[in-house]
Design a binder for this molecule. Sequence first.
Ligand SMILES: [Mg+2]
Length: 126
Amino acid sequence: MELNKVKTIDEILNDTDDIKLGYGGIRIHTGPITENKIYETAIKTYGINTQSRVFVEECAEAIVEVMHYFNRGRGTLDDVASELADVEIMLAQMKLIVNNEAGEDLVENYKQVKLLRLETNLKEER
Ligand SMILES: [Mg+2]
């Protein structure tokens, strides 16, 4: 998958040539597309409904760890980092799902608008 190309679900479901499943789990081929291939294979394997639920669960776990560490003086930085990694992995899959359904990089479009708004707000703070 090209990094900025939005794929159809059929393309995602039928294009797993860079990942081979084995007894030891996923064997990763080298190359810049490896990470997206893993996400695409996860969506294919578990389905959109499951991955969207797992995304919500991972967000909730991250919320708990961030609150514990930064607001309650509990837990560890490793706990926070581990849950943030989970959220990043699931967020990447959600972006693929949403952008595929939209037929464009909708998340990035909104991100640019919101970054511009943040930049404007920060200038007004000065
Ligand atoms: Mg987690």
